[in-house]
Design a binder for this molecule. Structure first.
Ligand code: COA
Length: 226
């Protein structure tokens, strides 16, 4: 297989009303060649190691813009069970779902000034809906939740969202997630969030997570055949 550098994202394309592609092979020449074959409005999403300055510069020369820095943090699983057992499913009212979706103000589509913020909120609304509908597993406290999956002995957090801020609920959910990691024989618990999201970083560090990796998120938005 020659291996394409760009992968079409059906879910994202349906929401944004244009072809949304992800860079799956960070080869700028290959990306440029594949982009030349495409016409019409499109959006391309790349995540590159923040230490690869030359690679980032090569993408910027193609018209990609830096929109966010993504920090991956890890914690070890906790052998003690959580003090209060969280719920394993959650049905949100339309209003709470909207509230959660709007809370993700640092999500990279929301940080990109070239993307309609209402579409970026709709993207989060559908992502949360899918995540809670069984695409991921759930731990919930009231109307607040953390969704996750366990693969290759790693518990990966998909979304953490709290709509009753400042009551320590994020900290409680993260302790419960670390216990879940131990119960599922994971060797680590991992999450990726935006470096701009100081509140989330504070919650993760408070709950015992340490940063292990940083990536630069870049977008290329093209409005017409050009
Ligand atoms: C990030 C989030 C989960 C935190 O939830 P929370 O329940 O309010 O968090 P907690 O109450 O456990 O902790 C908040 C801590 O952050 C601190 N804090 C508040 N605003 C802060 C800021 N702007 N920067 C840094 N720390 C901040 C608080 O003082 C508190 O610290 P303390 O526990 O030492 O007193 C919540 O704000 C949220 O859902 N945000 C939107 C979704 C999101 O960004 N999720 C994370 C990415 S997946």
């Amino acid at each position: 297989m020659t291996g394409c550098a760009l992968q079409h994202l059906d879910f994202d394309s349906a929401i944004f009303g244009r072809d949304v592609l992800r860079v799956v092979r960070p080869d700028s020449r290959r990306v440029q060649a594949e982009l030349q074959e495409k016409s019409g409005a499109l959006m391309v999403d790349a995540k590159l190691s923040s230490a690869c300055f030359d690679q980032i510069a090569a993408f910027e020369r193609l018209g990609f813009r830096r929109v966010a820095t993504l920090i991956t943090l890890e914690a070890s699983p906790l052998s003690e069970p959580p003090e209060d057992i969280p719920d394993r499913s959650l049905q949100l009212s339309d209003n709470d779902l909207k509230h959660h979706a709007e809370g993700f103000v640092f999500q990279r589509f929301r940080q990109d000034s070239m993307i309609d913020s209402e579409l970026a909120k709709e993207f989060m609304r559908l992502w949360i809906t899918n995540s809670l509908a069984g695409r991921r597993e759930t731990l919930a406290r009231g109307s607040n939740f953390c969704t996750y999956c366990v693969t290759d002995q790693t518990l990966v957090i998909d979304l953490l969202s709290v709509i009753e801020p400042g009551r320590g609920i994020a900290g409680q959910l993260l302790q419960a997630i670390r216990s879940e990691g131990a119960a599922r024989s994971a060797t680590r618990v991992r999450v990726t969030t935006e470096a701009e999201n100081s509140r989330a970083l504070h919650s993760y560090v408070n709950a015992g997570f340490v940063p292990v990796m940083s990536e630069t998120a870049l977008h290329l938005v093209r409005d017409d055949a050009g």
